[in-house]
Write a protein that binds this ligand. Structure first.
Ligand SMILES: Nc1ncnc2c1ncn2[C@@H]1O[C@H](COP(=O)(O)OP(=O)(O)OP(=O)(O)O)[C@@H](O)[C@H]1O
Ligand SMILES: [Mg+2]
Length: 452
């Protein structure tokens, strides 16, 4: 372990060399670059403790690097190096969260001191965070990782409605995080001290589900030797999560509706109903409105459950969450398996970002878990991805001889493929490609695809 990971960015070669040399001697692990754009690439794939950057650079400047750090790595401290002329922007940068600015020409002992302070701050915060995470996991707090605008909106809304007791219907494809949102609602509600119980409405036969949810009185049927408390009673004062609600048989739907309306449960074979105070959060990956139309789901129950709807977008519609989640799962899995895997290679991230994830976040979690399990070094390389994912990228980009295609070749192949997909219909193909028919015709001629 080094004393800290640093990224140095300065378009002046001498300055970079100088800083790199001095800070390496201090025991830091140093990555140095003369280009701001290059620095952004580094920041795409790994976290640094401290970034030391020149403020004024061509193309990508220090402020952009600061912004990138604030967005992607809130724990990273940024130190700006600035000439006299840019002092004002340096002050502005402090306002935007830079740790410090060092004026040029700088003294090396000043740089050493400021870097050490920044590293210390990062170390302390990390300790705090680790403690807080321990405490939070102890309290069962739920963390939903995202940087997507729509997801942020859903989180805001969840916090807003959590304290009200209204029922919530969470919709979204499989593996998008529906259960996680249900837990999030529970933990932000006044019921947080109560139970969060979950039942999968599709996992039981009708009788078992009824027994599970309503419970029974002693002697209600042969074999019922004692009273059994149903989930509805057990969740009193808490939240009951009804997973795969659409799989609930119609006869059970009637009974559930009664519970919601009357706020009481009659266990099987019992004569006196039990008062219950339960908040219902239901989830489904199916189109419930359509099911209501088809008569497969009771409309009255649908209205009772769907007081607020949270629709979680599939991961393919928020690809910028992919690296964030990948690193989140990487940390979790590495800690659990006690492995030192800490990075994901750029190529791996590129493939992941391009992948569609039909199994959404859960699939990504599994991919990372598998990667961590089989990784021998401390980087998740493409070799640790499942074969079909790896091939996907190779099939898309690489030619048979292993060479990467030119833009023209790629365009030709793509047009060819779209035309095939459109069954040879040029109007349709042009529409898909977003060009007019004449342009398509020209391209077909140029690439000698007209005969197809
Ligand atoms: N935004 C997120 N941040 C962190 N972890 C997440 C996030 N979204 C999902 N997960 C994790 O991904 C996994 C799948 O999430 P969850 O079980 O909530 O999905 P689901 O929508 O209920 O799936 P299904 O429809 O298959 O039941 C869980 O391990 C969950 O903790
Ligand atoms: Mg689920």
């Amino acid at each position: 372990m080094s004393d800290g990971k640093l990224l140095i960015v300065d378009d002046e070669k001498v300055a970079v060399k100088n800083l790199e040399h001095v800070l390496k001697k201090e025991g830091y692990e140093v990555t140095a670059t003369q280009s701001g754009a290059n620095a952004l690439v580094h920041l795409d794939k790994q976290q640094f403790d401290v970034v030391l950057t020149d403020l004024r650079m061509e193309k990508v400047d220090g402020l952009q690097i600061l912004k990138k750090c604030r967005e992607s790595w809130p724990d990273t401290e940024v130190i700006l190096i600035t000439g006299y002329a840019t002092l004002e922007s340096a002050v502005e940068a402090m306002k935007q969260g830079a740790f410090y600015y060092i004026a040029k020409p700088f003294r090396l002992d000043e740089v050493r001191k400021v870097v050490a302070q920044a590293i210390e701050k990062v170390r302390l915060r990390r300790e705090n965070n680790a403690l807080r995470e321990q405490v939070e996991s102890f309290q069962g707090k739920v963390r939903i990782i995202t940087q997507d605008g729509e997801m942020q909106r859903l989180l805001d809304m969840s916090r807003q409605i959590a304290p009200t007791d209204c029922n919530v219907l969470i919709t979204g494809e499989s593996g998008t995080g529906k259960e996680l949102f249900a837990q999030y609602l529970h933990h932000h509600s006044r019921r947080a001290a109560g139970h969060f119980l979950a039942v999968n409405c599709g996992a039981f036969s009708e009788e078992l589900l009824a027994n599970e949810m309503f419970g029974h009185a002693k002697g209600a049927f042969t074999g019922a030797a004692t009273d059994k408390k149903g989930l509805l009673v057990a969740a009193d004062g808490g939240t009951l999560f009804l997973d795969e609600i659409t799989e609930m048989p119609l006869s059970m739907q009637v009974k559930l509706l009664r519970v919601i309306q009357e706020r009481e449960v009659l266990p099987l074979g019992a004569t006196v109903p039990v008062k219950v105070d339960v908040r219902f959060v239901a989830a489904t990956n199916r189109d419930m409105q359509d099911m209501v139309k088809q008569g497969e789901f009771r409309q009255d129950l649908f209205f009772r459950l769907n007081v607020v709807n949270l629709h979680i977008p599939p991961l393919s519609e928020r690809r910028e969450d992919v690296p964030l989640l990948a690193y989140h799962f990487l940390k979790k899995c590495a800690a659990r398996m006690d492995k030192s895997v800490a990075e994901i290679s750029t190529e791996t991230l590129t493939i992941l970002k391009a992948y569609d994830f039909p199994g959404n976040v859960r699939e990504l979690e599994n991919i990372i878990e598998r990667g961590v399990a089989i990784a021998t070094g401390n980087i998740i390389e493409t070799a640790y991805l499942p074969d079909d994912l790896r091939e996907l990228s190779i099939r898309t980009f690489r030619k048979k001889d292993g060479r990467l295609p030119s833009l023209e070749e790629q365009e030709r192949d793509y047009i060819h493929w779209v035309l095939q997909e459109a069954g040879g219909n040029q109007t349709l193909a042009a529409q898909t490609l977003g060009i007019d028919r004449v342009s398509l015709w020209r391209k077909l001629k140029r690439y000698q695809l007209e005969a197809q």
